[in-house]
Design a protein around this ligand. Sequence first.
Ligand SMILES: [Cu+2]
Length: 851
Amino acid sequence: MKYLRLASESGSDFDEERSSVTSDRERTRAHTFAGNNRSQVRSLLNRCSLRTTILFVSLVGNATLITTMLLTDDSRTTGTLLPCDTEMAASEGAMLEAAENKRATVSSKKLPDCETYSPNLESYRASNNKYEDLFEDLSESEISSVFGYLSRQRELGIQPIQVRDASHVYSIELHIPNKTDAIKYMDERGLKPVREARVVIERPGLPVPVSEEYVVGPLPIPRYHYANPRRERSTVPYRFHPTYGIRAAYMELFRKISPELNAIIRESYGATFVKCSQNCLLLLPQRTSSAYSDSTLIVLSAYYATDFTTVNPVGLAFLMKETKKDSQQFELDSMFYGGQLYKSLQEFVNLYKANTITKSRMSYPTPASNQTSNAGTMNLRGRPFPVFPQAGPREFEPDGKRYSVTGQHVQYMEWSFNFRMSASSGPQVWDIRWAGERIVYEISLQEVTVIYAGANPKMFYSHLSDSAFGLGENAVGLVPGVDCPEHATFLPQTLFQTDINGPQTLPNAFCLFEHNTGLPLRRHRSADDNNGRNYGGVVDRVLILRTIIVEYNYDYIFDLVFHLNGAIEIKTHATGYVMSQMYNEGESPFGFRIHENVIGSIHHHLINYKIDLDIQGQANRYETLDFVVDERPWPWYRTGKETFQQISFKHNLKHTERDAVLFYNFSTPKYHIVYNDKVKNKFGTSKAYRIASTGFTKQILSDNSEVLKSRQWSKYQMLVTRRHDVEESSSSIFSMFDGESPYVDIDRYLQNNENIIDQDLVFWVTVGFHHLPHTEDIPNTPTVGADATVSLLPYNYFPECPTVASRDAIRLDLKESHILLQDYETPRRSRCIPKGIYYSDRMFKKSNLFP
Ligand SMILES: [Cu+2]
């Protein structure tokens, strides 16, 4: 432990005196310093040790007496440390107070913990707009109640999931009320919409096996169910269901693996998937879309069962083919080994034994001779930095939280919104308002697609739509200090879990935090005689709602970012493990080698969002402001006879849905604005919001590609449609498999080519990025460079930047020889103390991370 050695370090201005002080709780040792110059004391305090807390400040005559103590209180025993600036602020404040009050001794109280300190929470809550629970996810009891109701409906024949070939409940989640009803209730004091649930039932045991989608209500005590009216059809062939056939394909393959074949696999890879104890292979399934063939194909590809599977392929795959459409019976179609396809297992065994094929020789991954962990894992290896262990910067809230959360409703400064999680399609935010005025009715993730490619059956058929695996249900376990700042509020989600036939609450599914971006939102420094010598600035503090969805190997980070100038950003980042395959020469167009014998397979990430803007009501227009060249003569340009080119813009109002289709074109730059034509600002300009994106991406497959059959949204960078309750989404949990006849097809929304002038409009925005993995994707894809953002920006909406009312601003003016600071009564001192990093008590809490 270090003592603060002011006197010995500063020379003769201070006398050092050792003393002992006994507190109520613990005996503490202290150093006492006395001096006669407060500024000297302060400058010395600047060197305060992180392990020292100022406890007593006193004035003795003209001298400031400071006692520093080494504590053995709670924070000390938990190993937490005070940041220097908190310590300084607390001590300095106490010191000033002492000087001002001329009191002999002031005991500074222990400051509260920032995690719980929220002096204005009640006033934030009180200032909340009428809190609407229309968008609140189903509670555990509501989910149980719906499951119970469904189980009692004889005609459905619902059984627990463990009863094979019976009807099961696959999902239960909130059925969002129709918008017209919701708006009537919220804005016109209409009746409150009935609370209902949306359920998917799988019925593999029917003569023609199907999945069905129903609405169940009213909650909390259901009395009825009906086919989901937002779907064109209420039943879907069961072969489009995400789990269809997987078990049957595995069972059939395992029946076919002979001891002879098993021995060859073991000889080739030093591992196997039958009767393995330690060195095991894992078979990852990839089911094909019905767009490619009438009968389903399931590719079972072998990877080493190790940390982490997808970067340890062995180049072995079995292609299992459905014997007959809808039969749920599979047979072995072919086998892929060492870059070659074999028509049967026996053919392969014969050729192998005859030594007429190139044999693979690989071994189970082990650490290299000079390493302690396997290549590709997340363990520390190489030369560590920093050279000496030293903690990096952190963020804390020196004055407590400046937002409030009530249920799934959030209030932050002028912002308010509701958030929820769809188990199938992921995070959603509803009824976003600024100062009580609705700007956005809905922002919801629709689909996350990854289109892979490769010279092997696994990557060839890997065309993923992650809602098939459940986007929302894979959001859980955010880790404080890495996934979100430690000061974030961690929020759970409640959902129906198929495996347990009931509800489960997953902790840390969302985090919500105010964040200092470290960037000025606006600033200017002026230093001339005409404008004066002054500075004004406001830092870009934002509120972020974050969730992270893990789709087996990939982790997607979704952020909704609320800025204090009225802007909203919708951000996506990708990280996690890449999917890879065994290297062979045929793979060179599809990837670089990222490991020994491994290539990272090329792919395209595509993400679709639904954005329902309501700018000054629902009657909105969409127009582009097209940047064009203005060329004409000007009287002041030379003789006035020659023309001059300038940039200019033209209004381009979009009349119909097809008119509004956006194919991003670098040659035709434009703004996309949305407004109510009847609401103008004082200059006669429509109050608008602008949609911008740095993440538009081009789908280069041709429009009639089979891959796009149920992913038509990915062809467009943006579509604008007239909103209808029945056009609820752009994708579905079946979209990975239903290419033959898509359950949801956004192109159908365009067919009637409706008029979109002064209508309730929905913007379907597609962003993403191509990803050609490289060695630095090992162990995980870095988030930097793997991001896409959609921004909603006020555009002539406010009379001026709303941050003019922000107390976060400061202004500095030069007055003769000194600087006058205005900071609008914002406390300069920390009024709470952040705890140490939560590694010990929250981050490692098993139930939060691995519930
Ligand atoms: Cu990627």
